[in-house]
Design a protein around this ligand. Structure first.
Ligand code: SAM
Length: 263
């Protein structure tokens, strides 16, 4: 369908299109972002512009990344190109580094790609000032879970390694059209600088965490078999009979550093 501004857009499930329609929620998100005129802000998935319009009203210029060609055509027709800079394509392949530094990222994200997208933010954390995103509430709970919580997971460790995170707003399904089957929440991620527990080798850290959580019911002795011996766990003061879920980010960094040194 050619996108006339007046024609109704049929939401595409494959692009996770649940459009925000609740004015109170939209205002609360914009207030949490608190955009300042000269901010270097990029919105992921502007869609029909629920957040784009109020953000742009407070900014000199806004960049957006959108995959849906019909929505891109609408946005092009609606906003001048020097104020709304549209990057057409898949955000999972987008090089955030090309947008420069001190980048502010915002969006009501397509939930079907939220985990890889969060890992992508971690990859570009050095360019980012902050991130404000709407996600499935369950994902936000996992992001901010602490050791010992049932939701504490690989996602918690990998994001907490790099970001300070705060849940800001709970959003009910009725705030969207169409309403998603899940509840949502807005979370803020702020890159930690300097990192409180920097790993010697981040690839080793990432693989240790992935391995430990791959079979979350098993003990570290089992999941890290061949990587760490009981004697080495004892040297670090970590119980090999514990499960991944019980360890802190700092514990994982200590294990990864010991593995990196002995490699
Ligand atoms: N911001 C709008 C709102 O709040 O009403 C739309 C949010 S909707 C949940 C997600 C948006 O992300 C849609 O516009 C969708 O087309 C876009 N999108 C989905 N997958 C994408 C991808 N891989 N790259 C870029 N944009 C994507």
């Amino acid at each position: 369908m050619t996108a006339g501004r007046s024609a109704r857009h049929i939401p595409r499930r494959r692009f996770g299109q649940n459009f925000l329609v609740d004015h109170g929620t939209i205002a609360a998100i914009v207030a949490a972002i608190a955009p300042q005129r000269g901010d270097n802000l990029v919105e992921i998935g502007p869609g029909l512009g629920a957040l784009t319009a109020p953000l742009l009203a407070r900014l000199n210029r806004l960049q957006v990344i959108e995959i849906d060609r019909d929505l891109i055509a609408r946005l092009r027709a609606q906003y001048p190109a020097d104020r709304l800079v549209i990057h057409a394509g898949d955000v999972l392949e987008f090089d955030f580094a090309k947008l420069g530094d001190n980048l502010r990222v915002a969006g009501n994200l397509p939930y079907n790609i939220s985990t890889p997208l969060l890992f992508r933010f971690a990859e570009f954390a050095g360019h980012i000032r902050d991130v404000h995103v709407m996600l499935q509430r369950e994902v936000v709970e996992r992001m901010i879970a602490t050791p010992g919580d049932s939701e504490f997971s690989r996602l918690s460790v990998m994001l907490q390694y790099r970001f300070d995170m705060e849940k800001l707003i709970d959003v009910p399904a009725e705030a969207f059209d169409p309403a998603p089957k899940v509840e949502s929440a807005v979370v803020r991620l702020t890159p930690l600088a300097p990192l409180p527990h920097p790993a010697r080798d981040e690839a080793v850290f990432s693989s240790v965490v992935a391995r430990a959580f791959a079979q979350r019911r098993k003990t570290l002795r089992n999941t890290l078999k061949g990587v760490m011996a009981d004697r080495e766990f004892a040297q670090l003061g970590i119980n090999p009979g514990a499960r991944a879920q019980e360890l802190s980010v700092a514990d994982f960094v200590r294990i990864a550093d010991a593995v990196a040194v002995s490699a």
